[in-house]
Design a protein around this ligand. Structure first.
Ligand SMILES: Cc1ncc(C[n+]2csc(CCOP(=O)(O)OP(=O)(O)O)c2C)c(N)n1
Length: 349
């Protein structure tokens, strides 16, 4: 059985930033959590029914509290660098649901105009850094973005770089974090420790007790927290943002979680080959969505009927965007060689 770890806060008591969230904030958070869940379910369903024939679906089921808890406290002008399991981050940071669905379906009007699919896109005007295929290099690219912002005098812009625990075992992750720490760049590394890098369990990727301990080598704060608890993710993120904006350098947040399905749609884990059934069942009980709903009900400010599962407008928005994407034209073959080189940068074909 894999070494399943529950969140630990490294002995620090987080500040209760969540107490400043209004009822309307909490309602938005609830909606965003469901948005991520329905987004995931709708794409798996489309793939299964043969409506989506290109690429793979890499889901975030079980990891929604990380997606929402790390994006909710961000400000305009902040940057994110999502990876394959963070598709809702693109939308929560300003891309439209239609744009993202066009990317998934490889359509002509998609951000990469059909040249790539899934998360291999970005929009720097919205602070969304194009995700790199080579895992771990996200951190090195993030350093480049932050260095360029520093040269432009924009020192208070924070970049949140997402990564899996498996990717923390790559070279560029360590080189990037070292550079960020030496130069005190405002980088927040969110490690989504979902216990497996495809089928490789965390203990074969990380020799320390927690991923957060890796931060010690760079002299930066490292937190190991419960990634299935929105409140804990939100509070830790707010503290990290204060640290980074104050010019004190990077922070590493290990969000301990579990992906409640296979690595992608092509990994059904049908035979439960590499994950014990009891382990899956234990994590299903920690599902972040019912957990946040229970929290809202316990505050006494919400009634059952105010918290539908899922909210109908979420389902409508996602279904509408899928139908829109399917109805849009594919790219023309002659566009395949367009936008390959940035000729303004003096690179010739
Ligand atoms: C350097 C590199 N090696 C291998 C791959 C293929 N690959 C894509 S996702 C993945 C699993 C990554 O695991 P982890 O970093 O823990 O993230 P998770 O998928 O669990 O969210 C692998 C091996 C890759 N994209 N880049």
């Amino acid at each position: 059985m894999s070494r399943v770890r529950t969140g630990r806060k490294n002995g620090r008591q987080a500040v209760a930033y969540h107490e400043r969230l209004t009822k309307s904030d909490l309602q938005k958070v609830y909606r965003n959590l469901w948005f991520a869940r329905v987004f995931d379910e709708a794409l798996y369903d489309a793939k299964k029914k043969g409506r989506l024939r290109r690429g793979n679906v890499y889901g975030s089921r079980g990891q929604e509290a990380i997606i929402v808890g790390t994006t909710y406290p961000l400000e305009e002008g902040d940057f994110v660098s999502p990876i394959h399991r963070d598709m809702p981050v693109f939308i929560l940071r300003g891309m439209t649901t239609e744009e993202v669905m066009c990317q998934v379906w490889g359509k002509a009007e998609a951000p990469t105009r059909g040249k790539d699919s899934w998360s291999h896109m970005g929009d720097i005007s919205k602070g969304i850094v194009h995700s790199t295929s080579m895992l771990g290099s996200t951190i090195a690219v993030a350093c480049g973005v932050l260095w360029s912002l520093r040269l432009d005098g924009k020192r208070d812009r924070v970049l949140v770089a997402y990564t899996g625990e498996g990717a923390t075992a790559t070279g560029p992750f360590h080189e990037g974090l070292n550079f960020a720490a030496v130069h005190k760049l405002p980088l927040i590394v969110v490690v989504e420790n979902n216990q497996y890098a495809y089928s490789t369990p965390v203990e074969l990727e990380v020799p320390t007790n927690t991923v957060a301990e890796r931060a010690k080598g760079y002299g930066i704060p490292g937190y190991s927290i419960d990634g299935n608890d929105f409140i804990e993710v939100y509070n830790t993120m707010c503290a990290a943002l204060e640290h980074a904006r104050a010019g004190k350098g990077p922070v590493l947040i290990e969000c301990v979680t579990y992906r409640l399905q296979g690595h992608a749609d092509h990994d059904e884990t049908r035979a439960r080959q590499y994950r014990p059934v009891e382990e899956i069942e234990m994590w299903e009980k920690r599902d972040p969505l019912p957990r946040f709903r229970r929290y809202l009900l316990s505050t006494g400010h919400f009634t059952e009927s105010e918290l539908p599962e899922p909210p109908s407008d979420v389902v409508e928005e996602i279904q509408h965007a899928i139908e829109y994407a399917i109805s849009r034209p594919d790219p023309e073959p002659h566009t395949a060689l367009e936008d390959i080189y940035d000729e303004s940068a003096g690179v010739s074909k």
